[in-house]
Design a protein around this ligand. Structure first.
Ligand code: AMP
Ligand code: GLY
Length: 429
């Protein structure tokens, strides 16, 4: 009998999940809460917000959902997986304790240091004056992180003391992130190249996805403010097979053993944000979910059925799954509303997605879209993820940009250099 799957969330990552899950012959029904107009092509969207835990539970119970897959971190940090597990339902995603790997930078750093996982050296402060004293004696640049979830805005890599103290006072004094700023981590600034490494895990074994790389800044050449992610590609050439080996041995093996020793069985997706320098990986952060927009190119490359793996993570018994990965590179170019990550207009009619998808190897994933009087309009900052696969990286990049060029709305913006760093590293295939 076909299984039912509930996807929690409504962004680009969740569209990619819905697209991939709906192709599985094991699945007969996909729901998404709340979903989006793109997801609606693969799933029944139900009007329940991703952070409305009681309603999500009631829905999953009433539909006897076979597997819930949680896209964003906030419901996991709030304990959605625990709530569903109490009802005897399967969830791919950690409980509230495990989600602290993303929800608390202090918790994460303390686990890493306790179990010998390489990361920047750090100190934790809960008092503004102590933190200020420490910053003033620290070498520049200095990295300051609010402890809790801050929608990707809780980190400053400060080049001057002025900048450092102004961020510190925003976090601890003016409390712009609320309770997320009760404590801060102040850490050494690492150099090297960043990459994302995402694995499925049942708490013991890991099954890795290929490496990928995000583009966090709004502007070409990594200029301007941070965003949720303006594009991604996979593989990341900086993650050579030797680096990958080290990541598994030096990061994931001790981390999972450490989490188990702490009584945490982590069942779900673990995403390591890494800084790689001279072939040595060090952890910048962990996320407890797929990356957005990394999931979009990754799922285009994933040829195996994702559903058995999601079930096995949820059940805590990954068998010797072999992932069939398309060797060709994939790229995602995010198209955003003009003004993002600052203020932006909503409700602008979107044209050209159908034309864009005629480009071979291209899939357009919806992130912030909406329907207004039957028309597809913009409804968020990041609007679409134009994703492509090609024989070579230049090929994949050219396809994504040809497709993006066919899509229009008033104020549409995208970076023009997605994947350039990989090209510079000789990642031509
Ligand atoms: P995080 O949310 O911890 O990944 O931090 C956001 C971004 O800040 C990262 O993607 C890095 O670009 C940068 N960053 C964080 N920690 C460090 C560090 N210790 N050294 C250098 N850059 C960092
Ligand atoms: N792309 C970065 C993230 O998902 O957090």
């Amino acid at each position: 009998m076909g299984r039912s799957v509930l996807i929690v969330g409504g962004g680009g990552r969740e569209h990619a999940l819905a697209w991939k899950i709906a192709r599985s012959p094991l699945v007969s029904k996909v729901y998404a809460a709340p979903g989006n107009p793109g997801i609606a092509a693969h799933a029944e969207c139900v009007p329940v917000a991703a952070d409305d835990l009681p309603k999500l539970r009631d829905f999953a119970v009433s539909k006897k959902i076979d597997l819930t897959v949680v896209g964003p971190e906030a419901p996991l940090a709030a304990g959605l997986a625990d709530l569903l597990a109490k009802e005897g339902l399967l969830v791919c995603g950690p409980g509230g304790e495990g989600a602290r790997m993303e929800g608390s930078k202090v918790f994460m750093k303390e686990i890493l240091s306790k179990y010998g996982v390489p990361t920047a050296s750090f100190r934790v402060f809960d008092d503004y004056d102590d933190a200020e004293q420490y910053v003033l004696t620290h070498r520049l640049p200095v990295v300051i992180k609010a402890d809790g979830l801050a929608a990707g805005k809780g980190v400053a890599v400060a080049q001057t003391f002025e900048e450092a103290l102004s961020f510190l006072s925003d976090v601890m004094d003016r409390r712009v992130f609320g309770a997320a700023g009760d404590r801060v981590v102040i850490e050494e600034c690492l150099s090297g190249e960043e990459a994302s490494y995402i694995v499925f895990t049942d708490g013991h074994k890991v099954v890795p996805l290929p490496s990928s790389q995000d583009h966090k800044r709004i502007g070409d050449g990594d200029q301007g403010p941070n965003t949720g992610g303006m594009g991604a590609y996979s593989p990341a050439p900086v993650v050579t097979p030797e680096v990958e080996d080290r990541v598994l041995k030096e990061v994931f093996t001790p981390l999972l053993a450490g989490l188990r020793a702490e009584g945490i069985l982590f069942r779900g997706i673990l995403y390591a944000g890494l800084m790689i320098d001279g072939g040595a990986p060090r952890v910048l952060e962990f996320n407890v979910r797929f990356g957005d927009p990394e999931a979009q190119p990754l799922f285009l490359r994933l040829k195996s059925d994702i559903v058995p793996l999601l079930f096995q993570c949820a059940q805590g018994k990954i068998t010797d799954a072999v992932m069939d990965i398309d060797p060709r590179p994939a790229v995602c170019v995010v198209m955003s509303s003009g003004g993002y990550p600052g203020g932006y207009a909503k409700g602008c009619p979107i044209e050209g997605i159908g034309e864009a998808e005629k480009e071979p190897g291209v899939v357009v994933f919806h992130a912030g879209t909406a329907r207004k009087e039957g028309r597809l309009v913009t409804g968020g900052g990041r609007v679409l993820g134009v994703t492509s696969i090609g024989d070579t990286l230049p090929d994949a990049i050219a396809r994504a940009y040809r497709a993006a060029g066919k899509i229009h709305w008033e104020g549409a913006y995208f970076r023009t250099d997605i994947g350039r760093k990989a090209l510079a590293r000789g990642g031509t295939r």
